[in-house]
Write a protein that binds this ligand. Structure first.
Ligand SMILES: [Zn+2]
Length: 569
């Protein structure tokens, strides 16, 4: 391929809406081009990389025994109504009507489509297990599309669905996909960490997310360097020692005018925030519930939701807080609530808390010397807070670290949620009708492309892994107007192509500085410089993108192909 025919357009300036390096670089390098907010065109360079990632994903899915299909993007509302998700998906789903007023969604995912498909084509245990996948564009009406391909309205996903006869089979299907995902990301040159994750509406189902660790990631992850434990902060647990505070005198009300926040109350009492019982009123599935956590901790809404088994959980509004506590917002506490019927749940680290300070459920008043077990009616203790750096690992007790991650894949045991809804059954060997057990598995294909860039770039541009680079080699023809130079560059192009190595020849009449800058920005793994001066001095220059200039090798043109092969290996 010749650069002058490649439609490559690099930009000098960062796009104004780009907040993270990978987004800036993908646009500047001409890999993607914005059509509108959250919508991108993959330009020829981007398309080449996307196709290479797709190929890796397909090879690993096929090797794992999965069957590829492609299902319509346009999905009838009836399918989504069968599982109740037509309403549950809310504003995230794009919806439209055809001329006959039939409602459709632009598929954000395809559990319903695949479950109804399985119901239609599977009837016997002899057809199980089976895993079916597709690589298809998905749609999400993001509140705020941002970060380029990370949070776009339209994205390419590989989604797979497994159907099994029993729990053991479902377990095998799950781990087969898990290991296939490890290989996919490794082959794409991405360091992706599997982390335990929250099952969302599926409660405690087993699920792992694959995260590309990067500061720009939107998810928080607790990692233990000692034993390898890794979990999304929505789920991460910590090990606690036994709490045995000293006995304390009876609780006592203290006037605390103008002190509402933990910081203000801590300053008033001259105590650390950890000495307080932070008390928050939530509404779970329409009913109020009181949550107590240590003053230096944040309530984890996802954990609260999972613990309560609720569909929706949100902080209560001021009116509800006043009704439940009998006081204005800012003075809630576990002792003496106005509504004695509202359950109070406390974070497990508060078990045995004595001598604590809490709101008194009275304006401008706090209680000191609170003994939680003695003074309050606690309905239960649970893990309700977000882990922090230094918390003890639940597996080995060593301190954990906090990292950021970009979610590029997820494997999920669905159980029978969808197959129950669709009555997707099979007949076992005694001809009894049984519900199939399902798993679902996603890879964000377009997102993986960007995650690689987020992990692999420097101040000059992208550094593509050879496996997914748009071209593995760029040949810089520094003197395209000199036939003796061009013939060497073109011969090299032909020889590399014959060896199955993708190559682009920069045949532009431009200063070397401009050409090198573009090559670094786009991030071709190997750069070969062919110029009249170099040829007169003995050869062509070969350099890897991730090496500095001092590592440049100079070889005779005849030896270049072999040397490039070595450098790429
Ligand atoms: Zn550990």
């Amino acid at each position: 391929m010749k650069w002058t025919k490649s439609l490559i357009q690099t930009l000098r300036d960062n796009p104004q809406d780009a907040e993270i390096d990978s987004h800036k670089l993908l646009v500047r390098a001409g890999i993607i081009r914005k059509l509108a907010g959250g919508l991108y065109t993959f330009m020829p360079l981007g398309m080449r990389t996307l196709k290479k990632i797709q190929r890796i994903v397909r090879e690993e899915m096929d090797a794992a025994g999965a069957l590829e299909i492609v299902s319509p993007i346009l999905q009838p509302a009836e399918l989504w109504q069968t599982t109740g998700r037509w309403d549950a998906m809310g504003a995230n789903m794009f919806r439209l009507r055809d001329r006959g007023e039939h409602e459709f969604a632009l598929g954000p995912t395809a559990e319903e489509v695949f479950t109804s498909l399985a119901k239609g084509v599977i009837s016997s245990y002899r057809q199980l297990p089976v895993t079916i996948y597709q690589m298809q564009w998905k749609f999400r009406d993001e509140t705020r599309p941002r970060f380029g391909l990370m949070r776009s309205k339209e994205f390419l996903m590989k989604d797979a669905y497994s159907f099994d006869a029993d729990a053991e089979g479902a377990d095998r299907s799950y781990w087969t996909m898990y290991h296939a995902y490890e290989r996919i990301f490794a082959r794409c040159g991405l360091k992706a960490t599997p982390v335990q994750a929250d099952g969302g509406d599926m409660g405690d189902s087993m699920t792992h997310e694959f995260h590309a660790l990067a500061d720009a990631g939107e998810d928080g992850i607790a990692c233990c360097p000692a034993c390898g434990y890794a979990a999304n902060l929505e789920r991460a647990e910590r090990r606690l020692g036994e709490r045995c505070d000293a006995e304390c005198p009876p609780a006592e009300a203290v006037a605390t005018p103008n002190a509402r926040t933990i910081d203000e109350v801590a300053a008033f009492f001259g105590l650390p925030a950890s000495a307080f019982v932070k008390t928050l009123v939530y509404v779970a599935d329409g009913k109020p519930v009181v949550i107590c956590v240590p003053g230096d901790r944040e309530v984890n809404d996802v954990k609260v939701k999972r613990f309560l088994g609720a569909k929706t959980v949100a902080l209560a509004d001021a009116r509800t807080v006043e009704e439940v506590t009998g006081a204005p917002v800012g003075f809630a506490g576990p002792v003496g609530l106005a509504r004695a019927d509202v359950p109070v749940y406390a974070e497990m680290s508060l078990k045995g808390a004595r001598g604590a300070v809490a709101g008194a459920n009275r304006a401008d008043t706090h209680l000191k010397n609170v003994d939680l077990a003695r003074d309050a009616k606690i309905s239960g203790f649970a893990d309700l807070v977000t882990c922090g750096a230094g918390d003890a690992c639940p597996q080995c007790g060593k301190p954990m670290e906090l990292k950021r991650g970009i979610e590029v894949g997820q494997v999920f045991k669905l159980g029978t949620k969808y197959t129950d809804a669709f009555r997707a059954t099979y007949k076992n060997d005694r001809l009894e009708e049984k519900i199939m057990i399902m798993g679902c598995y996603g890879v964000g294909v377009s997102r993986t492309l960007q995650a690689v860039v987020e992990q692999s770039h420097d101040a000059n541009g992208i550094i593509w892994p050879a496996s997914i680079a748009p071209y593995q080699v760029v040949v810089e023809n520094l003197d395209p107007e000199k036939p003796e130079v061009t013939s060497v560059a073109d011969a090299l192009e032909a020889a590399l192509e014959a060896k199955g190595i993708d190559v682009i020849v920069d045949d532009r009449v431009e200063r070397p500085g401009v050409k090198f800058k573009d090559a670094d920005l786009i991030g071709f793994p190997v750069r070969v410089v062919v110029g009249a001066k170099g040829l007169a001095n003995g050869g062509v220059e070969i350099k890897r993108r991730d090496e500095d200039k001092s590592a440049t090798r100079i070889v005779a043109p005849e030896a270049a192909v072999e040397e490039i092969g070595k450098v790429l290996a």
